[in-house]
Design a protein around this ligand. Sequence first.
Ligand code: A2P
Length: 351
Amino acid sequence: KDLTVAILGATGAVGTRLIQQLADSTIPVGQIKLLASSRSAGETRQFRGQDVVVEEATNDSFDGVDLVLASAGGGVSKKFLPEAVKRGAVCVDNTSAFRMDPEVPLVVPEVNEQALYQHKGIIANPNCSTIQMVVALEPIRAAYGLNRVIVSTYQAASGAGQSAWNELDREAQEHLDGQEMHAEILPTKGDKKHYPLAFNLLPQIDVFEDDGYTHEEWKMIHETKKIMLGDMDAPDIKVTATCVRVPVAVGHGESVYFEVADDSATTPELQQKLADAPGVTLQDDPDHQIYPQPILAEGSRETFVGRVRPDQENKGAFNMWVVSDNLLKGAAWNTVQIAERLVADDLVRVP
Ligand code: A2P
């Protein structure tokens, strides 16, 4: 049956890609609703060649909707998604609002697609930097076991939304024009001070927790455990993270150190597992300077992996470099991919 699909946050950096990824998907869309705030109500966007008028989201917007794809911020999801579920809609949520709710599956289809069968109306899409890391780690975990992960991220401005991306462009121009750079959004809207990102690095993504880690780092640690092990506090894989915003528009990079349980693993074997893994493209040829880069990853649904090499001193330990389009696999594509699986497995219904 054809579905009525609503995109909540349709005018944002992720929302515009949700429209495009949905249009390119196998999902049978009968009717589309594009929802945003009152600020953009009345604007038009194209879906599969048709003009669609953007509407202000209200509870009633979800009447008759089968499937909601949401990326309008955590507060907006908390407000509307339970109402949408009451009206019979299944919601795939790209915000952090419900990710740690034990009733809500947190899904990366390449890793834990089976968790979709537990859904009660809402499915959470993980944080962008978590998704690309677990896509690369899962084939390694499945073959050799995984004891420890130490990750440092290099995250693009667009991960903080369209306004942060615009701010980076403006600051770069200000700097080139010899003017002072003005920051109003980054490192994060939710904190008191703001610093320029252009020609700079910001070791703060989201707000700080009491333990000195940022909330983004907390998400990478606990989301990884929930996706790979089914429990946000599972001790089996030790994870630590340092998250850094870099002056890149689109595409997150990650330096990932990991220790496997079966220390007979060799680098060529790991490379082969990665090359064969769904959603992964191996780009690893140092002799020809082939390695993943954000500007090469932009627009692709793949997670790119390169620089796979053994630690020189620690047996069973390796390093790799992982890059993906944070707006696609990190957000819009993973969300639409989940929706495709829901359709294929006949799970687009609230139990
Ligand atoms: P709008 O364009 O009307 O502000 P981004 O992640 O790029 O910052 O985009 C955020 C998205 O969430 C936009 O589509 C934005 O719509 C939407 N949004 C923000 N606040 C609300 C709200 N209160 N209700 C519905 N949509 C919202």
